[in-house]
Design a protein around this ligand. Structure first.
Ligand SMILES: O=C(O)COP(=O)(O)O
Ligand SMILES: [Mg+2]
Length: 224
């Protein structure tokens, strides 16, 4: 299949364009150490990424993915601040683009697509990461998890993106690694591409019904 009538591609960031877990895990463990808590392996923390910094910190404080018990608000607020201050210092130390990301973005841009990002990551980190990895000039517009009142899997950021850039939802395709991306796209009738190499809490992305699934980022060129 080939998508027709698309003008813009909206990418997820963590787990789709970049493998940011090494730096996120480092900051999570620095926070836990500062709080006198036990630390976790990168592999464990990988399953906690996807719903933004607040949820990541809550999961780390509870030591599990399900946030099914109350976390003391003041303790949580302090922990979040510690995490953000550690992460801010090392946004791109070990964070790397996945294979073929840069050249594929360049190829899509050369084909005339407008390129954007909707991530659940705090928006203040997005610009420095794009700059640090050399994507800055390729991405026209981005929204973070704290840019609007609701984040993915809510469709609001995708709808907001389209209206800001003056295109219809039908003219955009979402590319993401997690169910949050696919559910957000499905909720506003946007086509979507699921990538299999990222972080989907250990779940198979096909369960969420993306229109296309790819194992390598460069494969998306076949459909656009
Ligand atoms: O940082 C997160 O929790 C998720 O970020 P993403 O939406 O770019 O995958
Ligand atoms: Mg992601």
């Amino acid at each position: 299949m080939k998508f027709t009538d698309k003008k813009m591609i909206c990418f997820d960031l963590d787990g789709t364009l970049i493998d940011s877990v090494p730096d996120l895990a480092l900051a999570v463990n620095e926070m836990l150490t500062a709080l006198g808590r036990e630390t976790f392996s990168e592999e464990t923390i990988r399953f906690w990424v996807g719903n933004g910094a607040q949820m990541l910190v809550k999961r780390a404080l509870l030591g599990k993915r399900e946030v099914d018990e109350p976390v003391d608000e003041a303790f949580f607020a302090n922990a979040l601040e510690i995490f953000l201050s550690f992460y801010k210092k090392r946004l791109c130390t070990s964070t790397r683009p996945y294979p073929h990301v840069l050249e594929t973005l360049q190829a899509l841009k050369a084909k005339g697509y407008r390129l954007s990002i909707v991530t659940n990551k705090p928006v203040e980190f997005v610009g420095p990461i794009l700059k640090g990895l050399g994507f800055e000039s390729l991405i026209e517009y981005y929204l973070g998890g704290n840019s609007l009142e609701r984040k993915k899997p809510d469709p609001l950021p995708l709808q907001h993106l389209c209206s800001e850039l003056g295109i219809t939802v039908g003219e955009c395709v979402m590319v993401g690694d997690s169910k949050n991306d696919i559910q957000a796209a499905n909720a506003c009738n946007m086509h979507s591409i699921g990538v299999t190499y990222g972080y989907n809490y250990g779940e198979d992305i096909s369960v969420y019904g993306p229109d296309v699934i790819v194992d390598d980022f460069a494969e998306i060129l076949k459909f656009l």
